[in-house]
Design a protein around this ligand. Sequence first.
Ligand code: GDP
Ligand code: GDP
Length: 454
Amino acid sequence: EEDRALLDVDGPALGDGDDDGPQPVVAVVGRPNVGKSTFVNRVLGRREAVVEDVPGVTRDRVAYDAEWTTRRFTLVDTGGWEVDATGIHLRVAEQAEIAVELADAVMFVVDATVGSTDDDEAVVRLLRRSGKPVVLVANKVDDERTEADAAALWNLGLGQPWPVSALHGRGSGDVLDALLDVLPEVSQVAAYAPGGPRRVALLGRPNVGKSSMLNKLTGTDRVVVDDVAGTTRDPVDEVVELKGRTWRFVDTAGIRRRVHQTRGADFYASLRTQTALEKAEVAVVLVDASDTVAEQDVRVIQQVIDAGRALVIAYNKWDLTDEERRHFLEREIERDLVQVPWAPRVNVSARTGRHLERLVPALDTALESWDSRIPTGRLNAFLGEVVAAHPHPVRGGKQPRILFATQAGTRPPRFVLFASGFIEAGYRRFVERRLREEFGFEGTPIEISVRVRE
Ligand code: GDP
Ligand code: GDP
């Protein structure tokens, strides 16, 4: 079951995409409890109950691969952005704003049985400003008697309210048809545009040196944005020339605007990280080499892995380290960053500029791995040897075998193993280790899922 979910859940629009360009992105926004997740599950056609009866439950994954008739798109459920780990509520308009910025079209879900509230009106204003096409989902219209409630939502001024019961499926086909009418074939969101400069996110805990690094990088080689194709939008990004090529550093406004937020600072930092990751292809996570590796560093790195982005780790403030500190740093890395032995590492100083030029080769390596594809024949020949030499342990008198493997996608590389029985997590990690030994994948997470063939 778990494996199937892995396969169904895909990264946001950056996914594999086909040759025509990235698939369009649809954001599902609305107040808590109007039925966004229920609607998303309905569209995805999944039976399992992801919806929980607790308002604002945090959900890990927010972007899904969806399909209606013959069209594919990325569906972003904003449900997970309502509450952070410490329980601070974000205003609905704020979480919606980010989703809308990154979407080609918006499905605005309203609880028709409640009618429009002040929060709904706030979102409506935001949607108008965005200029994005909006489809109004009048949810919880479970039967004909509530149709009139849906009609009342004409007063939101967003055009036709589509009566839907996400719970029972009523009307969901019509509203998806309406969506496809306004959805472009290929994403028009500048952040996802193919062929432009590669997109980098600078991440790390406060004071680690992100803005110093950005200043150092842009100070010398800032590029006139209008000169570069596909860079005229997204003023929050900065385009920089490094080693003769242009790179787009995404969401830099969040770095420059030194928000002094006392309450919920952690939450906003993590939200910024998430937003930047959605736009980026590769992340440079800065870690303060002069200070102990912190839980927060590990968390940011985990966010990069979860988002399926390429990763480079930059140990900054190297100028402040001495022999002794460097010795302890190595120990800390072994202990605290065990999950990312594959990430390229650069030891830099944003203040002095030391070794900043090593960033580009590290980014290149990580992105090349992230894009890479292993031919099916080679993959299976290699796995055949691995499995023959180290078979899965026998469990309950049976020996699950890997029958066949295929690379289902890139960016990051995703593999599917077809097996004759349940493959244990330990064996999966073993397979991942061997794949890395053989094929490298330096700087990229890889995903391995298993499908059991009865
Ligand atoms: P979200 O917070 O907007 O993602 O809302 P959820 O999808 O978690 O749904 C909130 C509650 O509304 C849950 O108890 C759902 O079962 C319920 N719900 C969602 N859609 C419908 C619907 O179409 N009809 C009815 N009657 N209840 C619904
Ligand atoms: P941010 O919060 O991650 O953007 O961090 P800043 O760039 O604002 O840096 C925080 C502090 O660390 C500032 O006082 C910087 O001057 C200092 N700093 C940043 N990078 C370095 C470095 O490489 N070496 C030293 N010695 N100080 C640095």
